[in-house]
Design a protein around this ligand. Structure first.
Ligand SMILES: *Cc1c(COP(=O)(O)O)cnc(C)c1O
Length: 402
């Protein structure tokens, strides 16, 4: 008789085939068994034809990758341990010493910090361009430019760029485009088919997505994805992904798989709440400016209207306000502190509404002309009742500005 440990490890029972259920099974592995050495030598980890090692993919991660491709209209996908890791992976896979990357001035701040930190130290240069001025982008693309980041809408200030024209400019210059698609999430507009089935297809080369936000939808998972439609480009990213040892946990992948079926309904609900609240904020004289791309007058609104679904579901649940300049930082902080339903916290995409005050001066190359001067506060509308959220804003304004 083998020892009990050996018997437990090499146990004969295998469950019957034919178990079908709404959720796919969760497969957890570092090691994957091979039937023999020949199989081990012949298996290929770059495609999805077989399994070789947990880091290279499991049935759970392959399933999530395929569903994310469906969401965004892509063909290949890799998963990363956070949204920021997805952004960093794109840079590390595609940029080498002597190359230049262009980043919109309103980009997700850690993307800019990566350029100013590691990329600069490794001899990769960068320039920040004006997201609302396509001429500025045209002028900044030079012979060393290899990658242009795009973001629609921009982080925190939510300006909506002329994404189609930006992609055309990069195409003409032969430069790769990478969109941080966290805001659009594959729902507000199709990143790989911006002109929606027209004779001249137009799309970004790469879509990076913080799955932490709407795909997770719970405020409890960190994950990212990098989606492409070109096998050669995908292989460059996949090789860097492997060499950097980036992987995701099966339980986290399962949490995203669990949330994905409701993403469109949730996105619409977040959108509906944010639009109603942003509209209401426009009537409040504490605010010098309300930023939401679906609101007429918000920077880049016409570009949003041209690209995105205009009905509910064409915008995410984010909006920002700039307080009147005579309302100082202390009172804005007090306003945030007395909010009850809007919790103070980074990130967004979950059921709980969130609020963060930002010091814009430290985030931009200069104060953009299209933004009022004053303290900026960004809100993420959760899934609470819109009337309750409005009442919360109202009571906080009353108390803090009294
Ligand atoms: C949140 C966010 C990220 C980073 O995602 P994490 O999972 O928090 O690392 C990247 N880009 C945008 C636009 C984001 O909002």
């Amino acid at each position: 008789m083998p020892d009990l440990s050996t018997e437990l490890i090499h146990h004969a029972y295998t469950p019957p085939d034919g178990f079908a259920a709404p959720q796919p099974g969760v497969f957890k592995a570092s090691t994957v068994f091979f039937p023999n050495v020949a199989a081990m030598r012949s298996r290929e980890w770059k495609g999805k034809s077989s399994y070789t090692y947990g880091l290279h993919g499991t049935p759970t991660t392959y399933t999530l990758e395929e569903r994310l491709c469906t969401l965004e209209g892509g063909l290949q996908c890799v998963l990363t341990p956070s949204g920021l890791a997805a952004v960093a992976l794109v840079a590390l896979a595609l940029l080498r010493a002597g190359d230049e990357v262009l980043i919109p001035d309103n980009a997700y701040a850690p993307n800019k910090a990566l350029a100013e930190g590691e990329l600069k130290a490794w001899g990769i240069t960068h320039q920040f361009y004006d997201p609302l001025d396509v001429q500025d982008l045209t002028d900044k693309i030079g012979p060393l430019t290899r990658l242009v980041w795009l973001e629609a809408a921009g982080s925190v200030t939510l300006e909506f760029p002329d994404l189609c024209e930006q992609v055309r400019i990069c195409r003409r210059a032969g430069v790769l485009t990478a969109l941080d698609n966290t805001w659009g999430a594959g729902l507000a507009f199709p990143p790989f088919d911006l002109t929606r089935g027209s004779a001249e297809p137009l799309g970004v080369d790469i879509s990076a997505h913080a799955l932490t936000k709407y795909p997770s939808g719970g405020g409890d998972v960190l994950m990212g994805s990098v989606i492409t439609r070109d096998p050669v480009l995908h292989t460059r990213i996949k090789l860097a992904h492997m060499r950097l040892g980036l992987g995701v946990g099966a339980n986290d992948a399962e949490a995203v798989l669990r949330s994905l079926p409701s993403i469109q309904l949730r996105y619409q609900a977040h959108d509906q709440r944010a639009r109603a609240l942003a509209q209401w904020c426009k009537s409040q004289d504490a605010f010098a400016q309300v930023l939401h791309p679906a609101l007429p007058g918000s920077p880049g609104h016409a570009h949003w209207a041209a690209l995105c679904r205009r009905d509910v579901g064409g915008a995410a649940g984010l909006f920002s306000v700039v307080f009147r300049s005579d309302i100082d930082q202390q009172r804005v902080d007090a306003f945030c502190d007395v909010l009850r339903l809007f919790r103070i916290g980074y990130s967004w995409g979950g059921p709980v509404s969130l609020v963060v005050p930002y010091d814009l001066a430290g985030m931009r190359s200069g104060w953009p002309e299209h933004l009022a001067r004053g303290t900026l506060v960004r809100f993420s509308a959760g899934l609470e009742s819109v009337d309750d959220l409005r009442a919360d804003l109202e009571q906080a304004l009353r108390i803090a500005l009294a």
